[in-house]
Ligand binder design. Structure first.
Ligand SMILES: Cc1ncc(COP(=O)(O)O)c(C=O)c1O
Length: 420
């Protein structure tokens, strides 16, 4: 009943029509273990709308050629399409220049690229890098490795019980030796939306450190405005934004890209090569060695156009309704503990039920066609903070429905009965 009222209200408010949206995602109509698929693992990867699948099929059916290096029609056409895709991403995140958008393999590679290049020109023994206790391993390990290599110091902004960053001590953490501060826009485990703009403002008032934002979990829910945020780097993956796997984005301010050495070298990165030496091209080519994931870039632009047609404000409003509905239903189950109760959260819920192991719940839910994630979600320091091995994580996208949450809750109750 509540479900129907909410959906009718959304429709009346012209936000979006969930039933039509679901028709855009072919995979949502399959069954798993004889039950309709209920896909609640969007934090791991999102499903793809038909327009994205069609863009990739069309590339191989009608456009396949290599970019940047050919004078023939196919090569010229696909070069234009690939560079148009770059511009779509530039516009979406409001970067000043298209050459500030670097195609990578994903968030992880984007962070590795920055750690490598920034480390080469700007980090020496005794320097400091600051990250947080809520980072995904992809935004921890590259900095640990860099600090180890350079004998620099890695410091952490702690979290509190609610899963929010403790920002009161920022003045003590950031010193004249701080070279870079990297933190996530949204926590993949706790759903916390960090006050990125305010944090960057504070950082700017305290030091000249560069700022990297991990936007992997933010871009499916909101539109980052990199100029307004005033970050130096913003990174994300295509596959969490309803686009293809194997493609991601590094946004970097032009001043850094001019200073950075290449990350990988080879074909496509050069102005001239002699037997003695190489003169490198400007960004973005300098950072895109070898044949790129051409259909990935084109598919990602199609995904961005798609979410923009629906509207990220409407998406976020609907997902908030899903999250509140699911939270209420979960908390009504005896023994459920939700981790993360930040004031601003997105549609990710991590929880445990008594002492039942998250993997057991995940395995049983799968029998009912429910896809959730169980484990540490590549955030072991968060699990260590709460003293748990992992959590059960349900993460929602705009194609999920209240009925699916009801199915999830019913299946969860049955699983708990079997496991208790
Ligand atoms: C916050 C965050 N950062 C980084 C990553 C790594 O993304 P990818 O595996 O696409 O490189 C993830 C993936 O779950 C994430 O949630």
């Amino acid at each position: 009943m509540v479900t129907e009222v909410l959906e009718v209200t959304m429709k009346q408010n012209n936000m979006f029509d969930i039933h039509n949206i679901r028709k855009d995602f072919p995979i949502l109509h399959r069954t798993v273990n004889g039950k309709p698929l209920v896909y609640l693992d969007n934090g791991a990867t999102a499903q793809k709308p038909k327009v994205v699948i069609d863009a990739i099929t069309n590339y191989y059916t009608n456009q396949n050629a290599n970019i940047h290096r050919g004078v023939h029609t196919l090569s010229r056409e696909i070069t234009i399409a690939y560079e148009e895709a770059r511009k779509t991403i530039q516009t979406h995140i409001n970067a000043q220049h298209a050459h500030e958008i670097i195609f990578t393999r994903g968030t992880t590679e984007s962070i590795n690229l920055v750690a490598h290049c920034f480390g080469k020109i700007n980090v020496s023994a005794g320097d400091e890098i600051v990250i947080t206790q809520m980072e995904h391993h992809s935004n921890i390990i590259p900095w640990q490795q860099l600090c180890e290599e350079k004998q620099a110091v890695l410091k952490y902004i702690p979290i509190n019980e609610a899963g929010e960053l403790v920002l009161e001590d920022l003045q003590k953490l950031i010193t004249s030796k701080t070279k870079l501060i990297a933190f996530t826009h949204i926590s993949n485990t706790l759903g916390t939306i960090n006050p990125v703009k305010d944090i960057i403002k504070t950082i700017r008032s305290l030091s000249s450190a560069a700022v990297l934002i991990d936007g992997a979990q933010a871009v499916p829910h909101l539109k980052p405005n990199v100029q307004d945020l005033d970050c130096d780097f913003y990174v994300f993956s295509g596959h969490k934004l309803f686009g293809p796997t194997g493609v991601g984005i590094l946004y970097a301010k032009e001043l850094w890209l001019n200073k950075f050495p290449p990350y990988q070298t080879g074909g496509g990165t050069i102005k001239t090569v002699t037997l003695e030496k190489t003169e490198f091209a400007d960004s973005p080519l300098k950072f895109e060695a070898g044949t790129p994931h051409i259909e990935g870039g084109i598919g990602l632009a199609a995904a961005i156009d798609y979410v923009n047609r629906i509207g990220l404000d409407a998406i976020e409003a609907y997902e908030q309704q899903l999250m509140h509905y699911a939270t209420e239903k979960l908390l009504a189950i005896e023994g459920v503990r939700i981790y993360g109760s930040a004031k601003y959260r997105t549609s990710v819920i991590s929880f445990n039920v008594g002492t039942i192991h998250p993997f057991d719940v995940g395995t049983l839910l799968d029998k009912y066609g429910i896809a959730i994630r169980s484990g540490h979600h590549c955030t072991q320091p968060i699990c260590q903070f709460y003293g748990i091995p992992g959590t059960i994580r349900a993460s929602f996208a705009f194609y999920n429905t209240m009925e699916e949450i009801d199915l999830f809750i019913e299946a969860l109750k049955k699983s708990i009965r079997l496991l208790s």
